[in-house]
Ligand binder design. Structure first.
Ligand code: 13P
Length: 249
């Protein structure tokens, strides 16, 4: 049985004060909730406030990106050592917004992923097709290519903590959710590819989250799919009530 992981991706929203306010409201609503793992991936500036607010709860705190070097002249970047020193346990890697707006490539995703795994962080590696690719019938090829390149030269043994998020780009922030069946089909493609790369046992344990307009109204239908091992939630994770409702789908 794969324990589901419900992850918030706050993107570029909230200040440290707003972070503390979120947790003041959110934590009582999910107290005692053990069925799923919960993580909030916040902007770097909010990580300390998030960790401090969530201390003693079961909510983990994640970052939204990490560099592959331990330190160096890389203005604006954050290293795994820095995240670990703070107490961060999770990190989103290769989000489509980073691929689209910040020149993230499959190769840099691979380097970030390797660094995160080596550091003992739990990476949430995002893959997903854009609308034109889906309409051209290329979804499976795109997902396979993204997996092959992202997982290049990673071993199953060192990748135990790997989590994948399937985020069809056409469903992100658009209100268009993939149907549970469409999502489950894509998850199967990813799981099969992970099986090719890491072996079937690894693939059977691998958690694959769905992301793209997950809301309290559609969360239970998505989570009912055996293939879907959790959610990566953008917009609907910013409000404590709506994120708590998703956690409790
Ligand atoms: P939305 O939930 O706002 O569509 O965003 C999804 C996402 O990109 C999560 O990483």
């Amino acid at each position: 049985m794969r324990k589901k992981l419900i992850a918030a991706n706050w993107k570029m929203y909230k200040t440290p004060d707003q972070t503390r306010e979120f947790f003041r409201e959110f934590l009582p609503m999910v107290a005692g909730h053990d069925r799923d793992e919960i993580v909030v991936c916040a902007p770097d500036i909010d990580l300390a406030a998030g960790l401090e607010s969530a201390r003693g709860s079961k909510v983990a705190i994640g970052a939204q990106n990490v560099h592959w070097k331990n330190e160096g002249a890389f203005t604006g970047e954050t290293s795994t050592a820095m995240l670990l020193a703070l107490g961060v346990t999770h990190v989103v890697i290769g989000h489509s917004e980073r691929r689209q707006y910040f020149c993230e490539t499959d190769d840099t995703v691979n380097m970030r992923l390797k660094a995160a795994l080596e550091a003992g962080l739990t990476p949430i590696c995002c893959v997903g097709e854009v609308l034109e690719e889906r309409e051209a019938g290329a979804t499976d090829d795109v997902l396979r290519r993204q997996c092959v390149r992202a997982f290049h030269a990673l071993s199953a043994r060192k990748s135990e903590k790997l989590v994948v998020a399937y985020e069809p780009v056409w469903a992100i922030g658009t209100g268009k959710t993939a149907t549970p069946e469409i999502a489950a089909e894509a998850h199967m493609v990813i799981r099969r590819e992970a099986g090719e790369i890491f072996g079937d046992e690894f693939a059977a344990r691998l958690r694959i989250l769905y992301g793209g307009s997950v809301k309290p109204e559609n969360a239970s239908a998505l989570m009912a799919q055996e293939e879907i091992d959790g959610a990566l939630v953008g917009g609907a994770s910013l409000d404590p009530k709506s994120f708590a409702a998703i956690v409790k789908y």
